[in-house]
Design a protein around this ligand. Sequence first.
Ligand SMILES: Nc1ncnc2c1ncn2[C@@H]1O[C@H](COP(=O)(O)OP(=O)(O)OP(=O)(O)O)[C@@H](O)[C@H]1O
Ligand SMILES: [Mg+2]
Length: 368
Amino acid sequence: MDADTDHSPGGGNAESNGIRDASALGDASAGAETGAPGNDKSNDGGNDKSNDGDYVIDVSGLTKSFGGKVVVNGLSMRVKRGEIYGFLGPNGSGKTTFIRMLCGLLKPDSGSGTCLGLDVLTQADEIKPHVGYMAQRFSLYEDLTVRENLDFTARMYGLPNRAEAVDACLARMGMNRFENQLAGSLSGGWKQRLALSSCTLHGPKLLLLDEPTAGVDPGARRDFWDEVHKLASQGVTALISTHYMDEAERCHRLAYIAYGDLLAQDTLEGIVDHAGLTTWSVSGPNLPELAERLRPLPGVDQVVAFGNTLHVSGQDKHLLDATLSPFLLANGQDWKLIRTSLEEVFIHLMRGQQARQNGQAAKGGGQP
Ligand SMILES: Nc1ncnc2c1ncn2[C@@H]1O[C@H](COP(=O)(O)OP(=O)(O)OP(=O)(O)O)[C@@H](O)[C@H]1O
Ligand SMILES: [Mg+2]
């Protein structure tokens, strides 16, 4: 893989030029990592290892525990060059922990694999300079201007011609007019844009973006995604965690993790098809009452209001259809079979995982 031979800016001196260590990024969890590296290939999700060169991320069975609690449980993932890979899951599911293991800020307890062709267990310092990591929390310097922040980043990565690199970045990201403004006084959307500018300044081949658009307005989010797609078309790979379903739809592939376990990994269509849910939409009068009536009925797993319609889904199509058949004949309501949304699939997956974990806990096998 080209990462092995690449000498992009900063590549020669991981200590001084690599990603700033996590404490410098303002991330308190950096120092908490524990555990020794292992080499457990037992849970590789059935990955075929014959095509390793095609994958920018190729990890298998990555596991991390904090204080005896497993927060990432044998996670395997393969991401191809130029792919935009969405990473979703409920709060506390291990997304940030997984991302931090990939970019060398946390050492996995066990598992194996490569990031940019470099070993995630033994070559963390070499991975850092080639990755653009955007932490979940804004981690630039609020009391430096936009230009000073970018100049600082350029210095960290040892870029030659820093001023030119910063000029080009400001122009590319449409940030010229803010160059002398303190980062701390930018609006949320522009802070995110500055953070993206900072993590792409050194021309990384892999972006690891942890909820990069949280709290950002739709226009700024669209600009952000346009930028990510432009970078992907130039061969940059991006792993992006998000809670936004519309953003998930902009990814080439998706992974869904819940409470440490990877529950789905596929294209959007593949994930929706594989979940096997049937969904009806109903519009008409008295929808809140109808929702209350439907919720406890057999075969009805989810009833969700979407504007002036309800979406009614279930995994057992025959049971759901049988339950709904008297309702379908009722006057005044318009029922339609529709495609199940990603949100319904993710809620379904999350509930299934919760039920499994509750079952294990009841048997005494759960996590403390
Ligand atoms: N440094 C740490 N020390 C102890 N526990 C931690 C540490 N970092 C994360 N955890 C715990 O690990 C679990 C997973 O956290 P993580 O931040 O990876 O989840 P997440 O999926 O990114 O959540 P969110 O969507 O809220 O950002 C949580 O229970 C969290 O409290
Ligand atoms: Mg997180």
